[in-house]
Design a protein around this ligand. Sequence first.
Ligand SMILES: Cc1cc2nc3c(=O)[nH]c(=O)nc-3n(C[C@H](O)[C@H](O)[C@H](O)COP(=O)(O)OP(=O)(O)OC[C@H]3O[C@@H](n4cnc5c(N)ncnc54)[C@H](O)[C@@H]3O)c2cc1C
Length: 431
Amino acid sequence: MHKSALPLSLWRETATPATAHSELHDNVQADVVIIGGGYTGLSAALRAIELGLKPAILEARQIGFGASGRNGGVVSTKFRVSLSDIAKTHGKNVAKRMNALGHEAMSCVENYIEQFGIVEADLRRTGNIRCAHNETAFTALVEEAKIVREVFGDTSFTILDAKAVAEETGSTCFFGGILNFHAGIFHPLSYCRGLAKAVLANGGSIYESSPALRFTDEGGEKRVHTTDGSIRCKQVLIATNGYSDISSATEAVRKTVIPFRSAIIATEALPSAIFREILRNDRSYSETRRMMRWFRRSSNRLLFGGRGAFGKNDSPAAYAMLEQAMRDIFPQLKEYRVASRWSGLVAMTMDSLPQIGLIEKNIAFSLGYNGAGIAMSSLLGRYAIDILQGKQPDLALMQRQKPENIPFFSMRAPAVRTVAAWYQLLDRFGR
Ligand SMILES: Cc1cc2nc3c(=O)[nH]c(=O)nc-3n(C[C@H](O)[C@H](O)[C@H](O)COP(=O)(O)OP(=O)(O)OC[C@H]3O[C@@H](n4cnc5c(N)ncnc54)[C@H](O)[C@@H]3O)c2cc1C
């Protein structure tokens, strides 16, 4: 089980070569053990190093094996919940703080790329267009844009009518959209591997194929055990997001998230003439459907992703649905084949927001990014280390007293299928 590799994806075909990290075969020491080698864990390690601590990352498979090596590479300031909904439920000040944290998260990614020279991540702030799949969705987008402008003073977006969205995307399927400049696209696995390289270069340790299996207490400290070794440490961070059910070491957070499968297909290389017709400004694009689908270019290939009732494993039927949706939106692609496809797990929480906090004095957690976590996991990894050091950052709605479990967790599989089917139905009937 622990030897399984990353799925063969476009990212794996084109990423910066991975640095080899050994398995843990010894009994060693560190200040902080970080469980999970995705953006949360890697960023936490970098923050620990900044504070003069010695971190060690335990990764069950390989660096970037989880969502961090498989995602769509759309970097943005967004949460799964809209800022206007947050303002309605929790007040304008809370929404303003959440907005500020979203921007801080985006800057965090930009700073890492600059500081550690991760040029292969190829981050470009080309903006994102949310494309309305019906009139009602377009009206809601325009309303949301007004609130964001009035409450947050944010003017860096443009409302596009159906014609302008058709010019931008090359598809006549949409009723309008919002172009937001607080977003970029990058190569997710190269970013991940770049962070790992920076951790190693600055004195952190990384062990791959080394799942944390359990902790024990030892003279006021912790010992984290793997199959063939252990690390004695003062503090532990759990950074396992949608992959929190691999071992009992992460039992305390397992029920805080529902792992939801999200899939991506990539076309074969397309002639440059196609990109004079579609996605000509090389942005990222997402739909307003509940079962959201999104698309972007990566070099001369088109990526199309989305969620559905994909279940625990990949299924040919689910990929076929995604491919059909891509061809419906872009009939221009009818002659071109899908060359790679892969999926990964996003971690959904009860209130659709990330969770960060302490399980006990020296054990922290940060997870539940709800499929919008590239920037936020990079930021919260840092804050999780600060919290372990006794700092009290203002993380608004994300800060929790303890991991908050999903009620009726044992019902999650049928619940996911039911919710997915219901959402698909509402999307189909234009609600
Ligand atoms: C298909 C897909 C598309 C996405 N697209 C986007 C996007 O375009 N934009 C965006 O912002 N977000 C996107 N996301 C979400 C984003 O990728 C995640 O929020 C982010 O990568 C979470 O990082 P993480 O480090 O918390 O978790 P992960 O990257 O999932 O890492 C968790 C790691 O923990 C390891 N692990 C688990 N248990 C143990 C154990 N016991 N011992 C040791 N290691 C363990 C796993 O092997 C895994 O590598 C997408 C996600 C998916 C799956």
